[in-house]
Design a protein around this ligand. Structure first.
Ligand code: NDP
Length: 491
């Protein structure tokens, strides 16, 4: 039916004659209970907020397109990669991690880099960060770690003591800490940073053979970072700096692009890798596992409504498609559980029905009911399996190859050789990859943060962290100690 005139109405569609003055008895009131429009307006307003994401609360999002530029179909049977030229709509959400929804975009923090590919075989979510590694390698540590990134339980202030106490007691964090305290920890907006899937995943081809894969999005705008002073200044001047930069660029047609690359590792290479290849605190060196270009992603559309698409977006590493699968990475395994669980809490059990999360392919299962079931709820079709009525089948062709695992259930003391080498790769980053300027800025950034450690445990925390820096790179430890005016003797 064609709507001729847009009448103001209640949510149920009842036209209403007035929107600013409450209905009263006489010009001075009192207000009448029958003014339903008033109640609805106030009641809806009271319910505008949904739970803030416990991490990655502040974010920006955009739609775009991913185009395959190189043939990798011998490694994966994913229909997205079946031939060069294939295109797929994507939605990307960038974010900071530790801050609240109103926090500043230029805080020193990893940046979330989450991509949802709406493929014909379901949604593929690559839910990564702008860093190739992470602070911890086991999801069991995640709540403790995140508590240290948030606020002190008594003062409600951010706490350098909590940060450095935890990091110094968890040396596996060192690699990510060093990246975080380089200027890449304060990227110049979201357009000028790389994105990494970080974990190892599986590629499975049409012969049902598995190869391990890592994903890297390289910014085509060039890496650009902010130094400490610039980042701090922007926190006050323009807390929404990265959001503004992304919206403005896309609005004026300057569409940001990233080249997607992969690294591949066979199972026999994995067995010889000097570290656990599924340890998310480690990278696979490029010299041994070179980057291979796969495609280009362009962001070209800011959502018409921020809440609808950005706030309600739900990414999960559990969203894989045929041809792409998991790995034994312990963090990944934990995230497969935790992300959908967070979405069920925040958005409700039917969160995949929200338009931004909805797959473009048909969905067939026997899940029914729950709050906000808004897609017909399966209509009159059976709600149990197996049944004699619908033609829904579980097809064995989607079964992944078995993963031979030669092990017993590990107890906590089972360690792989080199599991405790938290130092070689950060050392390489500092001594070989960073330029002199990057090294100097990294030291300045670390000193600025560690200078905030106070109280009776100060010296113990600083000494412990300097010992870790020292094991990675002696010069790094000595420069930080000098900057802090701390008498450091390696333990
Ligand atoms: P390469 O020399 O082949 O490449 C170095 C990589 O480091 C590049 O991808 C570069 O990104 C990136 N990089 C440069 N500065 C920083 C920084 N401050 N923080 C994070 N990344 C940075 O390195 P290798 O593969 O031999 O690895 C050496 C070290 O480089 C690793 O220990 C790791 O710390 C770091 N690194 C390695 C990556 C990998 O997947 N192999 C990925 C990212 C970092 P860009 O090309 O965009 O400038």
């Amino acid at each position: 039916m064609k709507e001729e005139k847009k009448n103001l109405s209640t949510a149920s569609g009842r036209p209403y004659y007035e929107n600013e003055d409450s209905m009263t008895v006489g010009p001075q009131g009192p207000v009448l209970l029958q003014d339903y429009h008033l109640h609805e307006k106030l009641a809806h307003f009271n319910r505008e907020r949904i739970p803030e994401r416990v991490v990655h609360a502040k974010g920006s999002g955009a739609f775009g397109v991913f185009k395959v530029t190189k043939d990798i179909s011998k490694y994966t049977k994913a229909c997205l990669f079946s031939k060069v030229g294939n295109e797929c709509r994507v939605f990307v959400r960038f974010s900071t991690v530790g801050g609240e929804k109103g926090s500043a975009d230029t805080e020193r923090d990893p940046r979330g880099f989450a991509v949802k590919f709406y493929t014909r075989e379901g949604n593929w979510d690559l839910v990564g960060n702008n860093t190739p590694v992470f602070f911890i390698k086991d999801a069991k540590k995640f709540p403790d770690f995140i508590h240290t990134q948030k606020r002190d339980p008594q003062t409600n202030l951010k706490s350098p003591n909590m940060l450095w106490d935890y990091w110094s007691l968890n040396p596996e964090s060192l690699h990510q800490v060093l990246i975080l305290f380089s200027d890449r920890g304060t990227p110049d907006g979201f357009r000028h940073m790389n994105g990494y899937g970080s974990h190892a995943f599986s590629f499975i081809n049409d012969k049902n053979e598995r190869i391990w894969v890592k994903f890297h999005f390289k910014t085509m705008q060039g890496n650009k970072t902010l130094n400490l002073e610039q980042a701090n200044e922007l926190k006050g001047k323009d807390p929404d700096y990265a959001q503004r930069d992304l919206v403005n660029a896309i609005k004026k047609g300057d569409f940001p692009k990233w080249k997607l690359h992969i690294q591949l590792m066979t199972n026999s290479q994995a067995q010889k890798f000097p570290w656990n290849p599924f340890d998310v605190t480690k990278v696979w060196p490029h010299s041994d596992y070179p980057l291979m270009e796969v495609g280009i992603m362009e962001l070209n559309e800011i959502p018409a409504n921020y809440f609808a698409d950005v706030e309600q977006a739900a990414f999960a590493p559990s969203n894989q498609i045929p041809g792409i699968g998991m790995s034994p990475d312990k963090m990944l395994q934990g995230r497969i559980l935790a992300y959908p669980d967070a979405h069920r809490y925040r958005l409700g059990t039917n969160y995949e029905q929200i338009p931004v999360n909805r797959p473009v392919c048909p969905v067939h299962n026997h899940q029914r009911d729950g709050s906000m079931s808004v897609m017909g709820n399966g209509g009159s079709e059976p709600n149990y399996f197996p049944n004699s009525y619908d033609d829904i089948e579980a097809d064995v062709k989607f079964k992944e190859p078995g993963l031979p695992i030669d092990s017993t259930v590990a107890d906590v003391y089972d360690r792989n050789e080199n599991d405790d080498d938290h130092y070689t790769q950060p050392g390489l980053l500092f001594s070989k990859v960073m330029t002199d300027k990057e090294r100097a800025n990294t030291v300045t950034n670390i000193v600025d943060s560690m200078a905030g450690i106070s109280g009776p445990k100060r010296d113990k925390i600083i000494q412990r962290q300097l010992d870790h820096f020292y094991k990675a790179d002696k010069e790094l430890a000595n420069l930080v100690a000098n900057g802090l005016n701390f008498k450091f003797k390696p333990s």
